[in-house]
Design a protein around this ligand. Structure first.
Ligand code: NAD
Length: 338
């Protein structure tokens, strides 16, 4: 299959080339993200392979289909950046990587939480300047605190388990479906408002859908207890960032760790260290001493990159052979699970 691979970095190429030894697809790498302006690069290819910040709206999909593309392979789990109904109407098969390494994201979530709660990045910056003073670095134990997990799928379940069994936290959960194994170990499912009211730490692991967009907004932050910590390694638009900034300024929110940001498409994955960043909301976030931000790297482990490359190419091989791949995403996926 001839595949146009968009938004690629050297590490994507390395892992895709390695995984492609056996299927032997014809991979052509493009640095830019796929959107309407870059869609002509895919002319003559059978499939496009994209990542989290490529924009596959109706116009882009129409351009791709018109140029002969018949499949879209997402190198990620989330599919909020693809208009699935338009893809279906145009006869484009969309595949994703549903579970490349939930451990990678769950472990990173906990790493962020610990780093934030114990001020590790600030401490490291001080020590590098021979400043060994401890003032301002007082942390809080995780043990005994209540963690609210929003979305207990593959990643959220691992986080819930670790917090409960590993750190001795109480765990509240909110999801449209319950995981009986989590209930068995002592995770308590509650409704959304009860989770918000009762959680000292809120961690987001649900997908971005119309229902979950801005699930953490001014109202949600009002309900949360004073001193709440908010962690988001899922999708940026789960949080209304200006509302979060207001809650940080008032002191309602004691700490925030983010691996994702609503407008990250204009920033993340690029070296902008010589640029003047125009996003004032993001720049304000960076000024808080109790905010820790990483640039969408929770997935970035060798294990995850290997799994992403292998699953993506295997799915494309299935399409090439005329079969329906197990990792196909249809517009049915947009409906919340029963
Ligand atoms: P998953 O599909 O296994 O789990 C998602 C869970 O959210 C499911 O249990 C689902 O029932 C629940 N859910 C759906 N709608 C909901 C709603 N309205 N309210 C509450 N819960 C709802 O997905 P996963 O593999 O655990 O991944 C979770 C998210 O993490 C993905 O959607 C993706 O956006 C994000 N992610 C981020 C990175 C990263 O590098 N930062 C990497 C992988 C995934």
């Amino acid at each position: 299959m001839k595949i146009a691979v968009f938004a690629t970095k050297p590490y994507d190429r390395r892992f895709l080339d390695e995984a492609n030894r056996r299927p032997g697809h014809q991979l052509t790498y493009f640095e830019p993200r796929l959107d309407l302006s870059t869609a002509p690069l895919a002319k003559g290819f059978d499939a496009v392979c994209v990542f989290v910040n490529d924009r596959l709206d109706t116009a882009t999909l129409k351009a791709l289909a018109g140029d002969g593309v018949r499949a879209v392979a997402l190198r990620c789990a989330g599919y909020n950046n693809v208009d699935l109904r338009a893809a279906e109407a145009l006869g484009l098969t969309v595949i994703r990587v549903p579970a490349y390494s939930p451990e990678a994201v769950a472990e990173f979530t906990i790493a962020l939480l610990l780093s934030l709660e114990r001020s590790i990045p600030r401490a490291w910056a001080r020590v590098r300047e021979n400043n060994f003073a401890l003032e301002g670095l007082i942390g809080r134990n995780l043990s005994g605190r209540t963690v609210g997990v929003v979305g207990t799928g593959r990643i959220g379940a691992l986080v819930a388990r670790s917090m409960l069994l590993g750190f001795g936290c109480r765990v509240l959960a909110y999801d449209v479906v319950q995981d009986p194994e989590l209930v068995e170990i002592g995770v308590r499912y509650v409704d959304r408002d009860e989770l918000l009211r009762g959680s000292e730490i809120i961690t987001l692991h649900c997908p971005l859908t119309p229902e979950t967009r801005h699930i953490i907004d001014a109202r949600a932050l009002d309900l949360a207890p004073s001193g709440v910590t908010v962690i988001n390694t899922s999708r940026g638009a789960l949080i209304d960032t200006p509302a979060l900034i207001a809650a940080l300024k008032s002191g309602k929110v004691a700490g925030v760790a983010l691996d994702v940001y609503e407008q990250e498409g204009d920033l993340f994955f690029e070296d902008l260290s010589n640029e003047i960043v125009q996003d004032d909301v993001f720049q304000r976030l960076l000024t808080f001493p109790n905010v820790l931000i990483t640039g969408h790297q929770a997935f970035l482990t060798q294990e995850a990159l290997t799994a992403i490359a292998e699953t993506t190419l295997a799915g494309l091989s299935e399409i090439d052979a005329g079969r329906t791949p197990a990792n196909r995403v249809s517009s049915d996926s947009l409906r919340p699970a029963a």
